[in-house]
Design a binder for this molecule. Sequence first.
Ligand SMILES: [Zn+2]
Length: 249
Amino acid sequence: MRFELMLPHMIKTAIEKNWPVVLPLGVLEYHGEHLAVGMDTLAVVKTLDILEREMDIVILPPFYYGASSYVVEPPEGRGSLHVGAQVLFPFAQEMFTGLLRIGFRNIHFFIHHQTENFTVGMPTDLAFKFAARQAIFAFLEKERGEGWWGRAEMADYYARQKGGNDPFNWIKGHPLMTDETIRNYPFDHAGVGETSLMLALCPEAVDMEHLSAETWYTRDAAGASIELGMKGRDLVLAHMRNVLGPGAL
Ligand SMILES: [Zn+2]
């Protein structure tokens, strides 16, 4: 379900049933001469489109304006659009606070950009993770007052945390591809992995006639195929079902 298309009675149902509310998070970044600049975000958007057909989820309008950085190429004429993490942080904090105010308690974001080492983090995901934490702390303090954690009714906090019922789980960030996925699928920038994924998910974002072998990171993209992309798509979908499905903590 698209959040922007929902009526209030549907929003109330989503809150009541605790449906996952998912933000596709990404960037606009140069991906060689043969791939669209929205690749990293489109990969999230298009897999969620598939998941939406089989699961009750609320999909927020995607956020494309992350910190792409200019490490791959300078932006002039190439399209990387960088917004610094220091600006993303206050934006994301307000946005998460707004979602908590609506009543959502099962909020997630998925990101593909620079997620090869998600545990350590990179500017865009760190800004959103930090913002999520700050939003939850501030929200709880406003709702419950200072000292809420130390009160007697919180004595089972650690037990509840083990069961997944912990307010700090209200907002969670995920890489599109887990370490496990990366062991089974090539993780790259505009190489065979990303190009195949786009061929399978969003062919209008690929034009192999423009592929250039001049840059090291695009060199193996010539070997891209829809079949490989479908394998990546299925791995990503399995991971999404795992973290968003009814049994997920
Ligand atoms: Zn990418």
